[in-house]
Design a protein around this ligand. Sequence first.
Ligand SMILES: [Zn+2]
Length: 285
Amino acid sequence: MSETEQRWLTHEKEMWAVIHCLKTWCHYIGSKDVVVCTDNVTLKYFATQPKLSSKQMRWQNTLALFNVDIRHKPGKDNVVPDALSRKQQLRVVYVGEMELQKEVCQASRRDAFAKEARQNIQNGTKSHFHLQNGLLWYKQKRLYVPERKMRDTILKECHDGPLVGHGGAKRTTTLLKKSYYWPNLKDSAEDYVKTCLNCQQNRTLNKKQVGLLQPLPIPEGPWESVSMDFMVSLPPSRGFDAIMVVVDRFSKMAHFIPTKDEATPKKLVGCSSHMSSSFMGFQRT
Ligand SMILES: [Zn+2]
Protein backbone atom coordinates (compact mmCIF):
# COMPACT_ATOMS: atom_id res chain seq x y z
CA MET A 1 0.00 0.00 0.00
CA SER A 2 1.16 3.54 -0.67
CA GLU A 3 1.70 6.00 2.18
CA THR A 4 -1.68 7.64 1.49
CA GLU A 5 -3.43 4.27 1.41
CA GLN A 6 -1.84 3.36 4.73
CA ARG A 7 -3.56 6.37 6.30
CA TRP A 8 -7.04 5.21 5.25
CA LEU A 9 -9.56 4.19 7.89
CA THR A 10 -9.65 0.49 8.79
CA HIS A 11 -12.90 -0.29 6.94
CA GLU A 12 -11.53 1.40 3.81
CA LYS A 13 -8.39 -0.73 3.95
CA GLU A 14 -10.54 -3.85 4.36
CA MET A 15 -12.72 -2.86 1.40
CA TRP A 16 -9.64 -2.12 -0.68
CA ALA A 17 -8.40 -5.67 0.08
CA VAL A 18 -11.73 -7.14 -1.08
CA ILE A 19 -11.65 -5.12 -4.32
CA HIS A 20 -8.02 -6.07 -4.92
CA CYS A 21 -8.84 -9.79 -4.53
CA LEU A 22 -11.87 -9.56 -6.82
CA LYS A 23 -9.81 -7.85 -9.53
CA THR A 24 -6.92 -10.30 -9.16
CA TRP A 25 -9.12 -13.42 -9.34
CA CYS A 26 -11.82 -12.11 -11.70
CA HIS A 27 -10.96 -14.77 -14.32
CA TYR A 28 -11.70 -17.52 -11.74
CA ILE A 29 -14.82 -15.83 -10.37
CA GLY A 30 -16.57 -14.87 -13.60
CA SER A 31 -20.33 -14.80 -13.02
CA LYS A 32 -20.31 -17.20 -10.05
CA ASP A 33 -21.70 -16.26 -6.65
CA VAL A 34 -18.97 -15.17 -4.24
CA VAL A 35 -19.21 -15.06 -0.45
CA VAL A 36 -16.72 -12.72 1.27
CA CYS A 37 -16.28 -13.28 5.01
CA THR A 38 -14.77 -10.36 6.91
CA ASP A 39 -14.27 -9.52 10.57
CA ASN A 40 -15.07 -5.87 9.84
CA VAL A 41 -18.80 -5.39 10.44
CA THR A 42 -18.95 -2.06 8.53
CA LEU A 43 -18.34 -3.76 5.17
CA LYS A 44 -21.65 -5.63 5.47
CA TYR A 45 -23.43 -2.30 4.94
CA PHE A 46 -21.16 -1.00 2.18
CA ALA A 47 -23.66 -1.71 -0.64
CA THR A 48 -26.49 0.11 1.16
CA GLN A 49 -24.43 3.11 2.33
CA PRO A 50 -26.26 6.32 1.28
CA LYS A 51 -23.25 8.69 1.17
CA LEU A 52 -20.16 7.58 -0.71
CA SER A 53 -16.86 9.24 -1.45
CA SER A 54 -15.54 9.18 -5.03
CA LYS A 55 -13.16 6.38 -4.09
CA GLN A 56 -16.00 4.32 -2.59
CA MET A 57 -18.14 4.95 -5.69
CA ARG A 58 -15.39 3.45 -7.84
CA TRP A 59 -15.30 0.42 -5.56
CA GLN A 60 -19.06 0.05 -5.74
CA ASN A 61 -18.86 0.07 -9.55
CA THR A 62 -16.32 -2.77 -9.35
CA LEU A 63 -18.50 -4.68 -6.87
CA ALA A 64 -21.49 -4.34 -9.23
CA LEU A 65 -19.58 -6.46 -11.78
CA PHE A 66 -19.62 -9.46 -9.43
CA ASN A 67 -22.28 -11.37 -7.51
CA VAL A 68 -20.72 -10.67 -4.14
CA ASP A 69 -22.29 -11.39 -0.77
CA ILE A 70 -20.29 -9.73 2.04
CA ARG A 71 -20.84 -11.44 5.42
CA HIS A 72 -19.56 -10.53 8.85
CA LYS A 73 -17.57 -13.17 10.72
CA PRO A 74 -16.33 -12.05 14.16
CA GLY A 75 -12.57 -12.25 14.75
CA LYS A 76 -12.98 -14.81 17.54
CA ASP A 77 -14.68 -17.23 15.10
CA ASN A 78 -12.01 -16.66 12.47
CA VAL A 79 -8.90 -17.80 14.33
CA VAL A 80 -7.32 -20.03 11.66
CA PRO A 81 -6.62 -17.37 8.98
CA ASP A 82 -5.41 -15.02 11.73
CA ALA A 83 -2.97 -17.59 13.11
CA LEU A 84 -1.68 -18.45 9.61
CA SER A 85 -1.05 -14.82 8.72
CA ARG A 86 0.71 -14.15 12.01
CA LYS A 87 2.85 -17.28 12.29
CA GLN A 88 6.10 -15.53 11.27
CA GLN A 89 5.40 -12.54 13.53
CA LEU A 90 4.79 -14.82 16.53
CA ARG A 91 8.18 -16.45 16.01
CA VAL A 92 9.87 -13.01 15.94
CA VAL A 93 8.04 -11.99 19.14
CA TYR A 94 9.16 -15.20 20.91
CA VAL A 95 12.85 -14.74 19.92
CA GLY A 96 12.62 -11.04 20.92
CA GLU A 97 11.19 -12.05 24.33
CA MET A 98 14.15 -14.36 25.05
CA GLU A 99 16.64 -11.64 24.10
CA LEU A 100 14.80 -9.13 26.27
CA GLN A 101 14.87 -11.44 29.31
CA LYS A 102 18.65 -11.73 28.97
CA GLU A 103 19.03 -7.94 28.85
CA VAL A 104 16.65 -7.45 31.78
CA CYS A 105 18.62 -9.98 33.84
CA GLN A 106 21.85 -8.04 33.29
CA ALA A 107 20.31 -4.60 33.86
CA SER A 108 18.54 -5.75 37.08
CA ARG A 109 21.93 -6.27 38.74
CA ARG A 110 22.69 -2.54 38.63
CA ASP A 111 19.12 -1.24 39.25
CA ALA A 112 18.41 0.23 42.71
CA PHE A 113 14.72 -0.80 42.78
CA ALA A 114 15.58 -4.40 41.81
CA LYS A 115 18.35 -4.51 44.44
CA GLU A 116 15.93 -3.39 47.17
CA ALA A 117 13.28 -5.91 46.08
CA ARG A 118 15.91 -8.67 46.07
CA GLN A 119 17.04 -7.66 49.55
CA ASN A 120 13.45 -7.81 50.81
CA ILE A 121 13.00 -11.30 49.35
CA GLN A 122 16.23 -12.50 50.98
CA ASN A 123 15.20 -10.97 54.33
CA GLY A 124 11.87 -12.73 54.10
CA THR A 125 9.90 -9.45 54.07
CA LYS A 126 6.37 -9.82 52.68
CA SER A 127 6.42 -8.63 49.08
CA HIS A 128 4.65 -9.05 45.74
CA PHE A 129 7.96 -9.92 44.06
CA HIS A 130 9.70 -13.24 43.63
CA LEU A 131 12.92 -14.33 41.92
CA GLN A 132 13.09 -16.87 39.13
CA ASN A 133 16.08 -17.54 36.83
CA GLY A 134 17.71 -14.30 37.99
CA LEU A 135 14.65 -12.28 36.97
CA LEU A 136 12.35 -10.31 39.24
CA TRP A 137 8.66 -11.13 38.84
CA TYR A 138 5.75 -9.06 40.17
CA LYS A 139 2.61 -10.96 41.27
CA GLN A 140 3.90 -14.24 39.74
CA LYS A 141 3.66 -13.42 36.03
CA ARG A 142 4.76 -9.82 35.41
CA LEU A 143 8.43 -9.27 34.61
CA TYR A 144 10.07 -6.24 36.26
CA VAL A 145 11.76 -4.09 33.60
CA PRO A 146 14.50 -1.88 35.02
CA GLU A 147 15.80 0.52 32.38
CA ARG A 148 14.12 3.29 30.43
CA LYS A 149 15.56 2.04 27.13
CA MET A 150 14.03 -1.42 27.61
CA ARG A 151 10.73 0.03 28.75
CA ASP A 152 10.61 2.07 25.53
CA THR A 153 11.29 -1.05 23.46
CA ILE A 154 8.43 -2.87 25.22
CA LEU A 155 6.11 0.11 24.82
CA LYS A 156 6.91 0.15 21.12
CA GLU A 157 6.15 -3.57 20.87
CA CYS A 158 2.85 -3.26 22.77
CA HIS A 159 1.68 -0.19 20.85
CA ASP A 160 3.32 -0.06 17.39
CA GLY A 161 3.79 -3.82 16.90
CA PRO A 162 2.12 -5.54 13.90
CA LEU A 163 -0.03 -7.65 16.25
CA VAL A 164 -1.47 -4.70 18.16
CA GLY A 165 -1.75 -1.88 15.63
CA HIS A 166 -1.62 1.36 17.62
CA GLY A 167 -4.23 0.73 20.29
CA GLY A 168 -5.26 3.50 22.68
CA ALA A 169 -3.63 4.20 26.07
CA LYS A 170 -6.03 1.86 27.87
CA ARG A 171 -5.41 -1.06 25.53
CA THR A 172 -1.64 -0.51 25.58
CA THR A 173 -1.67 -0.43 29.41
CA THR A 174 -3.73 -3.64 29.57
CA LEU A 175 -1.29 -5.41 27.22
CA LEU A 176 1.70 -4.22 29.23
CA LYS A 177 0.12 -5.26 32.53
CA LYS A 178 -0.32 -8.80 31.27
CA SER A 179 3.44 -9.42 31.15
CA TYR A 180 5.45 -6.50 32.50
CA TYR A 181 5.80 -4.31 35.54
CA TRP A 182 7.57 -1.08 36.45
CA PRO A 183 6.50 1.83 38.69
CA ASN A 184 4.08 4.29 37.02
CA LEU A 185 3.56 1.94 34.07
CA LYS A 186 0.18 3.47 33.26
CA ASP A 187 1.64 7.00 33.03
CA SER A 188 4.44 5.74 30.76
CA ALA A 189 1.88 4.14 28.44
CA GLU A 190 -0.28 7.27 28.35
CA ASP A 191 2.71 9.50 27.59
CA TYR A 192 3.89 7.13 24.86
CA VAL A 193 0.50 6.99 23.14
CA LYS A 194 0.07 10.77 23.40
CA THR A 195 3.36 11.34 21.61
CA CYS A 196 2.96 8.62 18.96
CA LEU A 197 3.23 10.37 15.59
CA ASN A 198 1.31 7.65 13.77
CA CYS A 199 -1.66 7.94 16.12
CA GLN A 200 -1.69 11.73 15.89
CA GLN A 201 -1.73 11.60 12.09
CA ASN A 202 -4.28 8.83 11.65
CA ARG A 203 -6.68 8.82 14.57
CA THR A 204 -10.01 10.50 14.05
CA LEU A 205 -11.24 12.54 16.99
CA ASN A 206 -14.69 11.67 18.37
CA LYS A 207 -14.79 14.70 20.64
CA LYS A 208 -16.65 17.88 19.84
CA GLN A 209 -14.39 20.39 18.10
CA VAL A 210 -12.98 23.00 20.43
CA GLY A 211 -13.72 26.67 19.72
CA LEU A 212 -11.30 29.51 19.10
CA LEU A 213 -8.99 30.71 21.84
CA GLN A 214 -10.59 33.43 23.93
CA PRO A 215 -8.49 36.41 25.15
CA LEU A 216 -8.52 37.29 28.84
CA PRO A 217 -10.62 40.34 29.75
CA ILE A 218 -8.60 43.58 29.98
CA PRO A 219 -8.16 44.55 33.67
CA GLU A 220 -9.57 47.89 34.78
CA GLY A 221 -7.27 48.51 37.76
CA PRO A 222 -3.99 47.36 39.34
CA TRP A 223 -3.81 43.91 40.99
CA GLU A 224 -7.24 42.93 39.73
CA SER A 225 -5.78 40.23 37.53
CA VAL A 226 -2.36 38.61 37.78
CA SER A 227 -0.25 36.19 35.74
CA MET A 228 2.21 33.68 37.21
CA ASP A 229 5.35 31.99 35.98
CA PHE A 230 8.21 29.97 37.46
CA MET A 231 11.97 30.04 37.18
CA VAL A 232 13.10 26.57 38.24
CA SER A 233 16.26 24.47 38.70
CA LEU A 234 18.24 27.43 40.03
CA PRO A 235 21.34 27.03 42.25
CA PRO A 236 20.11 26.63 45.89
CA SER A 237 20.11 29.80 47.98
CA ARG A 238 18.88 29.99 51.60
CA GLY A 239 16.96 26.73 51.13
CA PHE A 240 15.21 27.81 47.91
CA ASP A 241 15.90 26.74 44.33
CA ALA A 242 13.02 28.29 42.35
CA ILE A 243 11.33 31.67 41.95
CA MET A 244 7.64 32.21 41.47
CA VAL A 245 7.01 35.38 39.46
CA VAL A 246 3.64 37.10 39.97
CA VAL A 247 2.95 39.95 37.52
CA ASP A 248 0.03 42.39 37.69
CA ARG A 249 -1.54 42.37 34.22
CA PHE A 250 -2.62 46.05 34.52
CA SER A 251 0.57 47.80 35.74
CA LYS A 252 3.09 45.02 34.85
CA MET A 253 4.46 45.34 38.42
CA ALA A 254 6.18 42.08 39.36
CA HIS A 255 6.72 40.18 42.61
CA PHE A 256 9.39 37.52 42.95
CA ILE A 257 8.59 34.87 45.58
CA PRO A 258 11.32 32.37 46.55
CA THR A 259 10.10 28.77 46.51
CA LYS A 260 11.21 25.19 45.82
CA ASP A 261 11.03 23.01 42.71
CA GLU A 262 8.95 20.41 44.51
CA ALA A 263 6.42 22.87 46.04
CA THR A 264 2.82 21.69 45.56
CA PRO A 265 0.30 23.85 43.64
CA LYS A 266 -1.78 24.24 46.83
CA LYS A 267 1.19 25.67 48.72
CA LEU A 268 2.10 28.00 45.86
CA VAL A 269 -1.43 29.36 45.51
CA GLY A 270 -1.59 29.94 49.27
CA CYS A 271 1.77 31.69 49.22
CA SER A 272 0.95 34.02 46.31
CA SER A 273 -2.59 34.90 47.41
CA HIS A 274 -1.43 35.59 50.98
CA MET A 275 1.30 37.90 49.74
CA SER A 276 -0.71 39.78 47.13
CA SER A 277 -3.88 40.10 49.25
CA SER A 278 -1.83 41.50 52.14
CA PHE A 279 -0.44 44.27 49.96
CA MET A 280 -2.76 44.73 47.03
CA GLY A 281 -6.25 43.37 47.88
CA PHE A 282 -7.92 40.38 46.19
CA GLN A 283 -7.66 39.48 42.51
CA ARG A 284 -10.47 38.49 40.23
CA THR A 285 -8.30 36.25 38.02
ZN1 LIG B 1 0.39 4.97 17.83
